[in-house]
Write a protein that binds this ligand. Structure first.
Ligand SMILES: NC(=O)c1ccc[n+]([C@@H]2O[C@H](COP(=O)([O-])OP(=O)(O)OC[C@H]3O[C@@H](n4cnc5c(N)ncnc54)[C@H](O)[C@@H]3O)[C@@H](O)[C@H]2O)c1
Length: 429
């Protein structure tokens, strides 16, 4: 992509051509520096992202890993070394893992040690509650960044991300987010056609992440309260954001991308019927009405209850037709041919290819504002459902409601008693 096209792509997703293109071979563009990756958060997605970046472009080395738990960090060291030594595509690209024991870190300050270890590209794959703290530290230290979604769990965290977005731009750092649909050719092409007028002016939309109950991890021997909640993180709002933020952010991001705006207000409801403390205090379901500028209203559903109708996708309607965006159709006709689908690069790899290509071309992409806006959209749904109030964008962005200040944690601290939110009683401020 030319620099101009690359710039134009910021905020609207990368072009379909880029997403469909083969990996750049030997193309270091302006910068020939090796991409030295530091991974923070060594769970399923973190080790997955390490594999993805090793498959994404030549000249990539995994240089350091860090996790809150020693076992997680050491397991990642082992598995990343193993994949780098054995996977043909990684070897073909000349990429490797250079992970001596003294660059494997654990503890609450592991993120800072990874950032200070000589890396120039940081991957953040911890639970979302830590994201603003880690994003702020990485950008402050001048690192390019791949950050998993969501990027915060409350308004205060979003404000940190918005500042980091500006700082990254000033420092010309690249930032890509794990909203991988923005790097998926089928989405890019469908949304491009919508933006080109294929269904006229947008009127409404709907999006879903409805699935069965997800996971809970039992407490391990000798775990402190904090360690237990960081381990079983999915089920605590201070660290997960609740599933509407943690997962449905993907679909809300698609609506914001299609509408090229974020909602001005949200009215939502939700509740919890599971009665098992292993699942913390999160809700089972959320159902929301999102108000976009121009009096355009969309609906969203996020449910995690087993044995129900499941759907993970998005639809929009315009003055001249409809699109099943997640299914890549416009007025019932497929946008993407089977041949295009076969050619489509894995978006989890493509997001790193796009970021690295942009860094090497000295025209870094910065997706932090988009993902922060989509995260805040999801936070609005959660807080509207928890409180039973209609919440405006400004209220959410300026909110003083924080669940926990993660910059002040200690392993043996006393954790607050979390309660299930009660609409009409739980306050949003
Ligand atoms: N883009 C996607 O499709 C996608 C898919 C899966 C997960 N994710 C995101 O990736 C993130 C991680 O999810 P996961 O499934 O890998 O979870 P996981 O539980 O498998 O891994 C999280 C890791 O972070 C570690 N951790 C917790 N607190 C930490 C801290 N303060 N400092 C350092 N390490 C810490 C945990 O010990 C664990 O190893 C989440 O934000 C999730 O939403 C994105």
């Amino acid at each position: 992509m030319s620099k101009l096209n690359r710039r134009a792509a910021i905020g609207t997703g990368i072009s379909a051509a880029a997403a469909l293109s083969a990996l750049p071979t030997g193309a270091y563009a302006a910068g020939d520096e090796v991409i030295k990756v530091g991974l923070i958060g060594c769970g399923g997605r973190g080790t997955g992202a390490a594999s993805n970046v090793l498959h994404s472009a030549p000249g990539v080395v995994i240089h350091a890993v860090g996790d809150m738990f020693e076992s997680q960090a050491k397991n990642a060291q082992r598995s990343i070394r193993n994949m780098a030594d054995n996977e043909p595509k990684i070897k073909e690209l000349g990429n490797k893992a250079d992970l001596p024991d003294d660059r494997v870190f654990w503890g609450l300050d592991a993120y800072q040690k990874v950032i200070n270890s000589g890396v120039n590209y940081v991957i953040l794959a911890t639970p979302p509650g830590f994201r603003p703290l880690h994003i702020e530290a990485a950008i402050k230290a001048g690192k390019n960044l791949f950050t998993e979604k969501p990027v915060a769990v409350d308004g205060a965290g979003i404000r940190i991300c918005m500042k980091a977005f500006d700082e990254a731009n000033q420092k010309k750092l690249g930032v890509a987010a794990g909203t991988q649909r923005r790097h998926q050719a089928s989405y890019i092409e469908t949304i491009k056609r919508i933006h080109d007028g294929a269904i006229g002016d947008l009127v409404t939309g709907r999006c879903y992440w409805n699935q069965g109950i997800l996971w809970s991890r039992p407490r391990r021997e000798k775990m402190t309260d904090l360690e237990y909640q960081c381990w079983n993180w999915y089920n605590f709002t201070w660290i997960c954001g609740d599933h509407v933020v943690e997962q449905h952010v993907h679909n809300l991001d698609v609506l914001n991308w299609v509408f090229r705006e974020h909602p001005v207000a949200v009215n939502a409801m939700g509740g919890r019927s599971r009665n098992n403390p292993a699942y913390g205090h999160i809700f089972d379901f959320f159902s929301a009405e999102l108000e976009y500028p121009g009096d355009r209203h969309c609906i969203s559903q996020a449910r995690q209850i087993s044995n129900c109708f499941n759907a993970v996708t998005e639809f929009v309607t315009g003055t001249k037709g409809t699109s099943h965006v997640g299914g890549s159709t416009i007025n019932g006709k497929p946008v993407v041919t089977p041949a295009m689908r076969r050619q489509q690069t894995d978006p989890y790899i493509q997001e790193h290819t796009d970021l690295i290509t942009s860094i090497r071309a000295s025209s870094p992409i910065n997706e932090l504002k988009n993902v922060a806006e989509s995260t805040l959209t999801a936070i609005m749904v959660r807080e509207a459902a928890y409180s039973g109030q209609r919440i405006t964008w400004e209220q959410a962005l300026n909110s003083q409601k924080t669940y926990l200040d993660v910059s002040k944690l200690s392993l043996d601290m006393k954790m607050p008693e979390w309660e299930v939110a009660v609409p009409g009683k739980t306050r949003f401020s």
